[in-house]
Design a protein around this ligand. Structure first.
Ligand code: NCD
Length: 303
């Protein structure tokens, strides 16, 4: 069967129809994701190439692949593979794409997934490239919003590190497909870069505090300060700990307000929020499995 896309590098490559298709496929895969197995990807091999730390992205891809009957090989930490000997990314990709049927890559440099796709014989999925894109996270974020309410015309606050957060940079592009109203809440030093704001036009407003708009929104999307992207650690220390979602703040929100976070969380959501009906971040992390099942089966032609 023809795939709707070969590689998945940036969320902008997908049309609204493609996104909706992946969400409905993910819904079909949910039963398998809940601790069952199938043989849809039997005989297929996934190569996980993670050049940056990861828990959820790597493990949910691995879970998705194995629950669909496929196999996974992982690049050993870059320090003990040939990367440490000075091998270029292009060469690593040329070689690994001869071993596997699909590659997932996470890399600290923006643009590296695109480069990998140029040298790969097999589909490449971007698992996060620097402060660039994280399209599979976006699809699972959209899936969460879709499953927990309505995805059209939502009012969403993006909170935290809007400068370096690739999950925000990806999500914000997809939200415009669904006519979202977007509120930006961040410390001054971590504002959304100007090019994103210009692209979004009237659908986006910057606000000083979450409290001012908490009664008007359906979704709060919180991000961690991306410490590893700061060129200067002093700058990080100036903003560290500068925002935190508390249970008290949520008392003024709508009953159906959901709080999302791509995780890992450091201190930006108080643990007391976990027990409220608003907390959606752990369920969101689970949704990574059916969504990645849908993506993997799509690029390998079993959509
Ligand atoms: C995010 C990432 O790597 O961009 N994590 C994830 O994939 N769930 C968010 C983060 O690291 O803060």
């Amino acid at each position: 069967m023809m795939s709707r896309f070969r590689h998945l590098i940036s969320i902008e490559e997908l049309s609204k129809g493609d996104v909706e298709y992946i969400l409905s496929k993910a819904d079909e895969f949910e039963d398998i994701a809940k601790k069952s197995f199938s043989d849809i990807l039997k005989g297929k091999l996934l190569g996980n190439l993670f050049f940056e730390p990861s828990t959820r992205t790597r493990m949910s891809f691995e879970t998705a692949m194995k629950r669909l009957g496929g196999e996974v090989i992982n690049l050993n930490t870059a320090e003990i593979s040939s990367i440490a000997k000075g091998e270029t990314l292009a060469d690593t990709i040329r070689v690994v794409s001869g071993y596997v049927d699909t590659i997932v890559i996470r890399h600290p440099k923006e643009g590296s997934a695109k480069l990998a796709a140029e040298f790969s014989e097999v589909p490449v999925i971007n698992g996060g490239d620097g402060a660039g894109q994280h399209p599979t996270q976006t699809l699972l974020d959209l899936y969460t919003i879709w499953k927990e309410g309505d995805i059209n015309d939502i009012r969403i606050a993006l909170v935290g590190d809007l400068k370096y957060s690739r999950t925000v940079h990806s999500l914000i592009k997809a939200l415009s497909l669904f006519n979202a109203e977007i509120y930006l809440v961040s410390p001054e030093a971590l504002r959304l870069p100007i090019q994103f704001r210009e692209e979004l036009g009237n659908n986006v407003v910057e606000v000083d505090s979450l409290e001012d708009i908490i009664g008007e929104i359906n979704v709060i999307y919180v991000t961690r300060i991306q410490k590893e992207r700061f060129p200067d650690l002093d700058e990080y220390h100036r903003v560290a700990g500068s925002y935190r979602i508390t249970r008290k703040m949520l008392e003024n929100g709508e009953e159906n307000l959901i709080v999302m976070h791509p995780l890992p969380r450091v201190d930006e959501i108080s643990p007391e929020v976990d027990a409220t009906a608003h907390a959606m971040y752990f369920k969101q992390a689970f949704y990574g499995v059916p969504v990645r099942m849908a993506i993997l089966s799509e690029v390998m032609g079993y959509g």
